[in-house]
Design a protein around this ligand. Structure first.
Ligand code: SRM
Ligand code: SF4
Length: 518
């Protein structure tokens, strides 16, 4: 029997209110909240517990909530997209949707009085936003081309679904996993290019052969926070691509729930427990919870490709069918776009739509015979299949437009900066630039070629918006995290700094020079 000490009970504000009333309990109060209006809702229910239902109070836009969905493996149907479009359509300019860095969707402009109705519309089409915020497991990511790409090793779709269903009780909500010490991320990779950023998840499964059988090696403890960022480390475990994945997630979640550190929220993510115990003890306690020994990891995993972004037209493994990846600038679209995308998926494809962690979108199952007509659709002028190289790889978190943690505005600034750089420079290769509005790192600056993290600086004696610059993030095979190379650049002064970096380190040429030499 392994000695697994229980953490001392703590009285931090979050642990206290979770112990007083589980977040999921507000489900029963929704009708009441809708009647009394946002201002009359108890503050802790409004600002915290509602996040257990995926409903986020936005102090920046009081009364206009954000709703974070769960889109397992980033796959949704055109019918679901239409329901989501209807949900935001009623809010006019205030209503929109963002594709997130977890292959997911967030809706904006949501009024509390509409939430019961929106949830009623979600149920028949199989949508849920349950347990998508606070101390819960976030959207579970999987290979965006699962089941359609010829070179895939494992189709992750069913596995992701099974893990989500276990954690959320088929989307109804599951009190077993609503009081974790902190947020928790799970990813399942089935391809060769690590399209899910396995290394930055609390649990990730990566394909690996053992004795001729295909399964997964497991890594644990990856996370970003304002205080610390760590890549996941090997659990030294190999599982088959079936219920074993679900059972292991369940066992790790229970161990984390029971033993994870709760006193200090800055030190509550899974890696802090692994640090305290050491990986061997952690593995042994997980085995004990699982009720059987884990097989040791396979010697090597199968991640041996560079990461792809899936933008453009690609033949599927199903003969005569194609998937088309559309670039969605900074991941944002509006009701009209959503209706249009749903229609296009139905008319040209099978009605399926997929999302990527780069905040873009894929429409699969388009027959060769319909491809040309699909590519002539006017929406592709905005959601391009061949965007300019910096635009193509741009990722940005929400930033100060809606997020109260933000130190800077991100999405609009990111787009404007990239457009200006592209006007000036010719780029021989893609350069992945990620913006994130504060050290929480939702925009994953540490995985980027150039990561920009919001900060406050002093400029001409006044406080101003600025960034810390990260470089060296490597994705795909041999993924590793980038580090901070320059601190405190005022956003006002950023253009020349980025221009110089692109010229010196990524072979960019000023357009005038490029023209002379051609
Ligand atoms: Fe995040 C908190 C947005 C991916 C690390 N994140 C927040 C909140 C909920 C803060 C808040 O209440 O305002 C942001 C909501 C703003 C809004 O209105 O949109 C927010 N995070 C996002 C999204 C939408 C960024 C995006 O534009 O894509 C992503 C939603 C993912 C999803 O669908 O669930 C998002 N957040 C991430 C990631 C990236 C990832 O998972 O690969 C990270 C780093 C990875 C990780 O968690 O280990 C991330 N978010 C955080 C943290 C720092 C966590 C920590 O351990 O300290 C916070 C703050 C917190 O939890 O206290 C945070
Ligand atoms: Fe908000 Fe900061 Fe996350 Fe951006 S990184 S969404 S500013 S919490």
């Amino acid at each position: 029997m392994i000695e697994a000490t229980k953490p001392a009970t703590s009285q931090n504000k979050f642990e206290k209110f979770k112990a007083e009333k589980d977040g999921l309990e507000v489900k029963e109060q929704l009708e009441h909240f809708a009647q009394i209006g946002w201002e009359a809702i108890d503050e802790i229910d409004r600002e915290h517990r509602l996040k257990w239902l995926g409903v986020f109070f936005r102090p920046v836009t009081p009364g206009k909530f954000m709703m974070r969905l769960r889109i397992p493996n980033g796959i949704l149907s055109s019918t679901q997209m239409q329901v989501l479009a209807e949900a935001v359509q009623r809010y006019g300019e205030d209503g929109n949707a963002d594709i997130t860095t977890r292959q997911n969707l967030q809706l904006r402009g949501i009024r509390i009085e509409d939430v019961p109705d929106i949830f009623k519309r979600f149920e028949p089409v199989g949508l849920t936003s349950v347990q998508s915020g606070m101390d819960n497991v976030r959207n579970i990511t999987g290979s965006p081309v699962a089941g359609i790409e010829a070179n895939e090793l494992i189709d992750t779709r069913g596995l992701v679904r099974m893990v989500q269903d276990m954690i959320t009780n088929n989307g109804k909500g599951n009190r077993e996993f609503t009081n974790l010490p902190r947020k928790f991320n799970i990813a399942i990779e089935g391809g060769r290019d690590n399209s899910v950023h396995a290394e930055i998840n609390d649990i990730a499964f990566v394909p690996a052969y053992k004795n001729g059988h295909l399964g997964f090696n497991v890594v644990v403890g990856g996370f970003f926070s304002a205080k610390r960022c760590e890549a996941a480390i090997p659990l030294n475990a190999w599982v088959l691509p079936n219920e074993e994945v679900v059972d292991l997630c369940r066992a790790i979640l229970i161990v984390y729930r029971e033993h994870g550190l709760r006193a200090n929220r800055q030190k509550a993510r899974l890696m802090w427990l692994i640090d305290e115990w050491g990986i061997d003890k952690f593995r042994a306690v997980v085995e004990e919870q699982l009720g059987r020994p884990l097989l040791p990891a396979a010697e090597k995993d199968e991640i041996d490709w560079d990461k792809r972004d899936h933008i453009g037209v690609y033949p599927q493994k199903q003969p005569g069918l194609n998937y088309v990846g559309l670039h969605i600038p900074i991941g944002r679209f509006y009701a009209q776009d959503m209706f249009e995308l749903a229609r296009m998926a139905e008319v040209y494809g099978s009605g399926e739509i997929r999302l990527t962690v780069e905040q873009n979108l894929i429409i699969p199952n388009i027959p060769d015979s319909r491809l040309d007509r699909f590519l002539a659709e006017p929406l592709l002028e905005r959601f391009s299949i061949n965007p300019a190289p910096l635009t193509r790889t741009l990722v940005s978190c929400t930033g100060s437009q809606f997020c109260n943690f933000a130190l800077i505005e991100t999405k609009n600034r990111a787009l404007a900066t990239i457009k200006a750089l592209e006007a000036e420079l010719e780029l021989p290769r893609r350069v992945r630039i990620h913006w994130t509005g504060c050290p929480n790192s939702c925009g994953q600056p540490q995985v980027a070629d150039i990561g920009l993290m919001g900060t406050k600086v002093r400029k001409n004696g006044k406080a101003a918006e600025g960034v810390d610059i990260y470089m060296g993030g490597k994705v795909g095979k041999d993924a590793h995290l980038g580090t901070c190379v320059q601190k405190g650049v005022a956003c006002e002064d950023l253009m020349p700094v980025l221009r110089q970096l692109l010229i010196e380190q990524f072979g960019a040429k000023p357009r005038s020079e490029a023209m002379l030499s051609s």
